[in-house]
Design a protein around this ligand. Structure first.
Ligand SMILES: [Zn+2]
Length: 116
């Protein structure tokens, strides 16, 4: 029984879902004024966006590669989506739509290619 409690505690701390995190969130919401859908963006996702930003060789908050295509395709300005202050260029209307609706899981699941 004790083991089980320990396991749950460990799981909670691993995923950063400790109860007091929600109080921080409530305070932060006032200053960031994010859209409701992006309100749960974690620092981890923003860090990944920053890495993806560097894949095209410039840290200019413009992600030049298509995130939906694993950052392997060139994105186009006409298929851009803005998240967390980054403008992600997607390669097609399909990718733009998919990224706009699921960017948190796309960013979370995409491995950043090593830049050369
Ligand atoms: Zn694409």
């Amino acid at each position: 029984m004790l083991y089980r409690v320990l396991l749950i505690t460990l799981t909670l701390s691993l995923f950063g879902c400790a109860p007091d995190a929600s109080t921080d969130q409530a305070t932060a919401t006032v200053e960031t004024a994010e859209p409701a859908t992006a309100g749960d963006a974690s620092a981890e996702l923003v860090a990944k966006l920053a890495l993806a930003d560097e894949v095209d060789g410039a840290s200019d908050h413009q992600i030049g590669k298509c995130y939906v295509c694993g950052l392997g395709m060139d994105g186009k300005p006409e298929f851009a989506v803005e998240v967390e202050g980054y403008t992600a260029h997607l390669c097609s209307d399909y990718c733009r739509e998919h990224f706009a609706n699921n960017w948190q899981s796309v960013v979370g699941e995409t491995d950043i290619p090593q830049s050369n």
